[in-house]
Design a protein around this ligand. Structure first.
Ligand SMILES: [Zn+2]
Length: 445
């Protein structure tokens, strides 16, 4: 199948706007998603766009005049469902395994990323017309997606709150069909590489300030204040190792399908950057041991692996990374290790800030940005519905406007929404205290 995507926003802006509900129409919403999808797809595909003024018959004719063969590409049409229900589905040519596989790949990926209920891949013969023209009458491979229900207010809100995410999810689905890794658009606001990199540069630094300076390093400082009381000095190791993982991932990418995994990126940071603080960290064997013996030991078995011992005050700092001969162990001064990490990441950040290399900055930011996109939506939604069903729900102080009743009225699943008196609100008395939570890209602006 050729890398050509023939994109169609369902219905048209002339005589058939499709379903209409909640102050909008299928055509309007499909066009919005389509417009977000184009630049994403153009990174890996030839993209052809069916003109918006054509109706279904004319659209099919437009496609078939240019694309004669089955393998000429994938014709993809975006629709919104209506008629009571929620979630997304995709249609395929009945009794064709490849067509079914295409639809299934796209809808699974799409729902995984967006969190919409997955109604599955469905044969076009299961529709009320017993056939779909877009599927049956078009020359190349084709797929039709119903991205959500326009007449379900929750569905529609989820769509309208984040068209970028919806487009990204479709793009990821189509990319999966072609076995291509989707590429994040690093910036929508500007296409100049220099502007993009200066924006990404700011966001990277903002991220480091928020999640390294304000969290990991602050917690290390807090521990340090009561250092002599710490028997269990692993928190230093855990905090430093999580930071090492992060910086390794920023440089080398986090994804498993990418070039590196946590082991290689972790060891890279130890050798390359902690090695500037203490020559011993340049040793491959030590980087290996820190990963396997300290990090994995503490994370997996609540103690170091055999051959190490640690304390943050029992022996002086000068004994850090010394061999205790009579015990046949290597000594780690865990506070020293944490401080070595703090110094190393300072140097690494200076190196980033002084690089002046737009491509480098953009690639670092795209690694970070990909990491922030990672989602666990299916399981997340599964467990949220369990919590909701048991009314284990509360609102954070920032959203305590008291409007929980109003959103429920337009929703068909009112039974799942807890009653007002069951919602526990947290007191809004400590503005300094923020919960730890994963980053959102908007926070970095
Ligand atoms: Zn439609």
């Amino acid at each position: 199948m050729k890398n050509t995507i023939i994109l169609n926003a369902g219905h048209n802006n002339a005589d058939d706007c499709g379903a209409a509900a909640n102050g909008t129409t299928e055509a309007i919403e499909a066009i919005k998603v389509r417009d977000k999808l184009i630049p994403l797809l153009k990174q890996n595909f030839e993209v052809a766009i069916v003109p918006d003024e054509l109706n279904l018959k004319q659209s099919i004719k437009w496609v078939n005049e240019q694309y004669k063969k089955l393998d000429d590409g994938l014709a993809f049409s975006i629709h919104l469902n209506a008629g009571g229900g929620h979630g997304a589905e995709a249609f395929y040519y009945d009794n064709n395994e490849i067509s079914q596989q295409i639809a299934k790949t796209i809808i699974d990926k799409y729902c995984d990323i967006t969190g919409f209920r997955n109604r599955g891949a469905k044969a076009d013969t299961t529709t009320r017309w017993k056939r779909l023209g877009w599927i049956r009458d078009i020359n190349p491979w084709s797929c039709l997606i119903e991205i959500c229900f326009i007449d379900n207010i929750e569905d529609l809100k989820r769509l309208q709150n984040d068209y970028d995410k919806i487009a990204w999810a479709i793009y990821s689905g189509i990319s999966a069909v072609y076995n291509i890794k989707p590429i994040k658009l690093v910036s929508d606001s500007s296409n100049s590489e220099e502007n993009m990199s200066s924006n990404n540069f700011k966001k990277l630094n903002k991220y480091f300030e928020k999640y390294i300076d304000e969290m990991i390093i602050k917690d290390i400082e807090l521990l340090k204040k009561r250092n002599k009381k710490l028997k269990f000095s692993y928190p230093y190791i855990m905090l430093a190792c999580s930071g090492i993982d992060l910086f390794g991932g920023i440089e080398k990418d986090f994804s498993d399908s990418g070039r590196s995994n946590s082991k290689t990126r972790f060891r890279w940071f130890v050798n390359e950057w902690m090695g500037k603080i203490n020559d011993l960290y340049k040793e491959e064997s030590l980087a290996y041991l820190i990963y396997e013996g300290w990090r994995c030991g503490v994370m997996h078995q609540a103690t170091l692996k055999k051959g190490f011992e640690t304390s943050s005050h029992l022996y002086p700092r000068s004994r850090h990374l010394h061999y205790i001969e009579d015990k046949d162990r290597i000594f780690i001064h865990s506070l020293q290790f944490a401080e070595d990490f703090i110094e190393a990441q300072k140097m690494y950040r200076e190196h980033i800030n002084n690089s002046g290399d737009a491509n480098y900055i953009n690639s670092l930011y795209s690694h970070l940005s990909n990491m922030m996109q990672e989602s666990v939506n299916n399981r997340f939604n599964e467990f949220v519905s369990i919590l909701k069903a048991q009314n284990l729900v509360f609102n954070s102080p920032s959203s305590s406007g008291g409007s929980s009743g109003t959103t429920a009225t337009a929703n068909t699943e009112v039974s799942n929404v807890p009653q007002e008196q069951m919602i526990t609100r947290l007191p809004d008395d400590d503005p300094e205290c923020v919960p730890s939570a994963p980053p959102e890209e908007d926070d970095l602006e």
